[in-house]
Design a protein around this ligand. Structure first.
Ligand SMILES: CC(C)(COP(=O)(O)OP(=O)(O)OC[C@H]1O[C@@H](n2cnc3c(N)ncnc32)[C@H](O)[C@@H]1OP(=O)(O)O)[C@@H](O)C(=O)NCCC(=O)NCCS
Length: 224
């Protein structure tokens, strides 16, 4: 099976064309000024604003606002509507989708100072990013979340390369689970034969993975 082709990160064009063989991957910074965060807060629904205030860590609250604010701004360009009128619903497992437009799907991820958003027409998508943490005790995560096959692949990997290998497996796994919409509520070995995944670099010190349906051949990458 051929792999998904990724374009370079580029400024987004004025006109966004999304056919069924293409997906769009957006990246944006989360570390905005208080004024910019204030502006984005006004784009959020009352429920989203309430969720932001419930997050105890103020930085997490600010990142949630930027993530949802950018999500609304970007989707508004595809839907040709103001960002504030967009309504979201969630599946029982918490995957958000557009309430009124079933044809456009998306998935959001944030880590550290970066957010990414994957958008496609007519099929589910999943995306994850991680900030490579040189101190993470990844062996504990492997023991808890990895399948026997993944664990033995980790063990076969030379020690100096294990951390990088772990992050590759982990982001791919999470993007796959987010594609299916089940998060870590799914069996850890769950896969979808129609899906394919691809690693990408969101920024220096970060690693990302995306999962799309196999008819998607190209992922165009846009800077917000
Ligand atoms: C969903 C999940 C994979 C997110 O992982 P994470 O590393 O914490 O966060 P990420 O930055 O990658 O992604 C967060 C975004 O994913 C989206 N998301 C939430 N739930 C999702 C799901 N089930 N599937 C796909 N995407 C989901 C949201 O847009 C969320 O961002 P937002 O809340 O700011 O809008 C993780 O929280 C998880 O597994 N949750 C468990 C789901 C579950 O077991 N639910 C049980 C209820 S039945």
């Amino acid at each position: 099976m051929s792999s998904v082709q990724l374009t370079c990160w580029q400024p987004s064009p004025t006109r966004l064309d999304l056919d069924r063989q293409t997906a769009h991957l957006w990246r944006f910074r989360l570390d905005l000024s208080a004024a910019e965060i204030g502006t984005l807060t006004h784009l959020l629904s009352a429920e989203e604003q309430h969720r932001a205030t419930r997050l105890r860590d103020p930085a997490k609250g600010a990142h949630f606002i930027v993530g949802r604010g950018r999500l609304r701004q970007i989707l508004a360009r595809y839907l040709d509507c103001p960002p504030t009128v967009i309504e979201f619903s969630s599946t029982a497992q918490g995957k958000p989708h557009l309430t009124a437009c079933k044809g456009l799907s998306f998935n959001l991820a944030h880590a550290g100072e970066w957010g990414v958003l994957l958008v496609a027409a007519g099929s589910e998508v999943g995306v994850d990013i991680e900030q490579i943490d040189p101190r993470l005790d990844f062996e504990q995560v492997v023991a808890r979340y990895f399948s026997a096959a993944e664990e033995s692949a980790m063990q076969r990997c030379p020690a100096p390369r294990q951390r990088r290998f772990f992050f590759r497996l982990w982001t791919r796994k999470e993007a796959g689970l987010k594609y299916q919409g089940c998060g870590f509520s799914a069996p850890l070995s769950a896969t979808d034969s129609k899906a394919r995944s691809r690693l990408f670099t969101p920024a220096r010190g970060y690693l990302g993975a995306l999962t799309v349906v196999d008819r998607i051949a190209v992922v165009q990458r846009w800077d917000f």
